[in-house]
Design a protein around this ligand. Sequence first.
Ligand SMILES: Nc1ncnc2c1ncn2[C@@H]1O[C@H](COP(=O)(O)OP(=O)(O)OP(=O)(O)O)[C@@H](O)[C@H]1O
Length: 288
Amino acid sequence: MENVVEFNNVTKRFKDFSVKNIDLQVKRGFVHGFIGANGAGKSTMIKMIMNLLKPDAGEVSVFGMDYKTHEKAIKERIGFVYDGNVFFENLNLKDIKRIVSPAYKHWDNALFSQYVEQFELPLNKSIKKFSKGMQMKASLAIALSHHAELIIMDEPTAGLDPIFRRELLGVLQELMLDGNRTIFFSTHITTDLNRIADYIAFINRGELVFNNSIHDITENYALVKGRTELLDRDTEKAFMHINRLSTGFEALTKKVNDVENTFGDSVVIEPATLEDIMFHLKGGVQHV
Ligand SMILES: Nc1ncnc2c1ncn2[C@@H]1O[C@H](COP(=O)(O)OP(=O)(O)OP(=O)(O)O)[C@@H](O)[C@H]1O
């Protein structure tokens, strides 16, 4: 299966934070969700995909090409949507189209008009007077109008009302019918991922914890609930993280068989949601 984005042992260091030794593959033809707590490194990674930041070590390639030699060819095939992507805020959409369209070989005026109509966007109103949702729609309309093969979005649904969020997910799903497109987007709204994502990459404190299919994640992780007295130094080894509550414990495991053998019917084992996994792994893994 072809990778449209590859990180090979990528490190980016800031003064107080680093993204470390990342190996990430983004497969063509799928929707990839990118999750992690505030400050985990998602935007940093996305900026490296877009060549807005350069790695200190390792390599990022997009469509099998390197930014050093093929920046234009790569950017031509990417649609980038992010919060605050309104670089021409005093202009209206008609002017933006005039400025942006010549930059793309595959710009499609009819498609742009179609999205403007579908998203009910005014052409003559200056972008700075758009609501947050309208700005996101405008950004998306531009990103989609040059037949981008790879859509990269940094928190595209943040701050959008539930109705438009669902509409947006519908638009993205339609885009995927093409079969050749790839979407990679960061989000804090895990229900959006359950709706449309095929793969989830999870970054925690600058380290990639996993990049797996939703199916594998659901199969691999489980949430275990039981009485705190069941825990001791040995039994705890079955868990990656334990949350002790006054009513009992709740723990994350990847060793469901071990848990069943150790605890039998004395615990409840449930499927772990993405939120459960993020919550439990946020503080780091205690046992693997
Ligand atoms: N240019 C920079 N200089 C120094 N530190 C930076 C820079 N850009 C990001 N950081 C730091 O890197 C860390 C990760 O930031 P990043 O924006 O990648 O996180 P994020 O996962 O996108 O977070 P959020 O979900 O809150 O948007 C933060 O601690 C941030 O302060």
